[in-house]
Design a protein around this ligand. Structure first.
Ligand SMILES: Cc1cc2nc3c(=O)[nH]c(=O)nc-3n(C[C@H](O)[C@H](O)[C@H](O)COP(=O)(O)OP(=O)(O)OC[C@H]3O[C@@H](n4cnc5c(N)ncnc54)[C@H](O)[C@@H]3O)c2cc1C
Ligand code: SF4
Length: 332
């Protein structure tokens, strides 16, 4: 593994100041925060990430889950995925988030992985993880072999001619549907980022994955107050039942009155270059009677702009059925 210095700051300001010395918060950054390490240390062993300095954020007081005065929930950046999934308020009021977390990785990984680390985990594209191969995300300008190569697991929504990598997170799909807000402390102060604005589409700069800048420390995530009467489902389809990333997944937060959809928030996983909120599906469902035909129409609307790759055209129908069935489960 690449040599690196390891530091443990006592407060967030020191952590931010240390990380602000990096040129970039993205790929190639010399200074990285390390939380659970389940993404970062993996990639360091592969020489995909080669930071000179690691800032361990475990000592920072960012590991609590707290009710907010407005009825929402505040989730600290270093809260472990397992603790978040099993928190009574999350299980009761934000069930889609609990289900998404428990659908991810394995019990051991969920005990290590943190909220912020999960937000910022990197793609599993095999070319990205193999330094013998070109990859625009890892080494800008070298090309994207996935477009003509092994792309069965990769994205069909939000792709570009430069990168088709899937965002692999389950948690993020639920947070997109819950309309979470990401809170960051940076060298110029604190700011709040609506969930949909955190991750960037690849465009011609796939090495830039988020709007975070050098020194930006994710401190916590907030969820708005739960929507009264909403029903929630996270459905994940994958090659095996555990320890596997999504081929397609759907997060549904839906409210029904008198057999009609009054509100729907929909996001897809396993198919997008970022966690994929679908305003198209939400609009297609609003005010419509709850039935299979309308669910299918909404799912088709979500996939309308998809661009299948050479090996993953099956995801079009798979994702359509995944969302249709998730809607059925949520409203049964
Ligand atoms: C075998 C395997 C299977 C997996 N399967 C799944 C799956 O099915 N579904 C799924 O969703 N995930 C899966 N994962 C990914 C796992 O969820 C992530 O690795 C984990 O969530 C990352 O969290 P971490 O705390 O370990 O992050 P780290 O590895 O510590 O950090 C990840 C990134 O976030 C940055 N970072 C961390 N905290 C902060 C902060 N507070 N502010 C700013 N930057 C920060 C780090 O610098 C780094 O760039 C799998 C992982 C493995 C190894
Ligand atoms: S899809 Fe993206 S991550 Fe994968 S090889 Fe192409 S540029 Fe690299």
């Amino acid at each position: 593994m690449h040599p690196f210095a390891f530091i443990r700051p006592a407060d967030a300001a020191a952590a931010v100041a240390g990380a602000a010395q990096g040129n970039t918060a993205q790929q190639g950054a010399e200074v990285r925060f390390v939380a659970g390490g389940t993404t970062l240390l993996d990639l360091m062993k592969l020489n995909v990430e080669t930071p000179a300095r690691l800032i361990d954020i475990h000592r920072l007081p960012l590991d609590t889950i707290d009710a907010m005065p407005d009825g929402g929930l505040r989730i600290g950046a270093t809260v472990r995925n397992a603790d978040l999934a099993h928190h009574p308020t999350v299980e009761r009021e934000y069930a889609v988030l609990s289900q998404a977390l428990l659908a991810g990785a394995s019990a051991q990984l969920r005990n290590m992985a943190t909220t912020a680390g999960n937000l910022l985990q990197r793609t599993r594209c095999m070319y990205f993880r193999d330094t013998a191969m070109p990859c625009n995300k890892r080494a800008p300008g070298t090309g994207c072999p996935a477009i003509t190569g092994a792309n069965r697991m990769l994205a069909i929504l939000g792709t570009s001619a430069h990168c088709i990598a899937t965002n692999p997170s389950d948690m993020c799909v639920a947070m997109a549907a819950l309309e979470a807000t990401i809170h960051v402390q940076g060298p110029h102060g604190a700011r709040a980022i609506p969930f949909g604005d955190l991750h960037l589409l690849p465009g011609s700069t796939p090495h830039r994955e988020t709007v975070l800048e050098p020194g930006d420390l994710v401190t916590h995530v907030t969820l708005p107050p739960p929507v009264a009467g909403s029903r929630q489902v996270y459905l994940k389809l994958r090659d095996r039942a555990s320890y596997e990333f999504a081929l397609a997944s759907a997060a549904v937060v839906i409210t029904v009155a008198g057999g009609t959809v009054t509100r729907a928030r929909i996001a897809l996983g396993g198919v997008g270059t970022k966690p994929w909120r679908s305003p198209e599906a939400e609009a297609a469902l609003a005010g419509q009677p709850v039935n299979q035909v309308n669910f299918r129409k909404a799912a088709e609307a979500a996939l309308r702009d998809a661009t299948p790759q050479s090996e993953n055209a099956f995801k079009m129908e798979l994702a359509t059925r995944c969302l249709t069935y998730a809607l059925q489960l949520a409203t049964a």
